[in-house]
Design a protein. Structure first.
Length: 111
């Protein structure tokens, strides 16, 4: 899939839609533009994790993990589920997984 070619003659409706999409993309990219949030997404790509599991995997304090999860939840990238006193998080949809695959290919995969 290639990028579309935009003409200079875009109608107002197409330009508005393009601007809305740019805003959504910008919000998504801002949400993942933090090392802690990227690491959380890396771990959630493999499946649902509790906040405690994420704390241990990231060697981070609960407050820091919760703050990053809150931002990811605000942007609709993760979804919480409560089971008793334990809160589990999972990816809301496939977008974070797709972007993490690209990030992995660009920055982490052996060359």
């Amino acid at each position: 899939m290639g990028l579309p070619v935009f003409s200079e003659n875009l109608c107002d409706e197409d330009l508005d839609k393009m601007m809305q999409n740019a805003q959504r993309a910008s919000n998504f990219l801002k949400a993942i533009s933090h090392e802690g949030r990227l690491m959380i997404l890396c771990h959630l790509v493999t499946g649902e994790k509790s906040v405690t599991e994420l704390e241990e995997l990231l060697s981070a304090r609960q407050a820091a993990v919760s703050q990053q999860l809150s931002r990811l939840r605000l942007e609709g990238l993760v979804t919480p589920r409560r089971e008793g006193k334990v809160i589990y998080y999972r990816l809301t949809d496939d977008r974070p997984k797709q972007i993490m695959e690209v990030v992995y290919d660009l920055f982490c995969a052996p060359k």
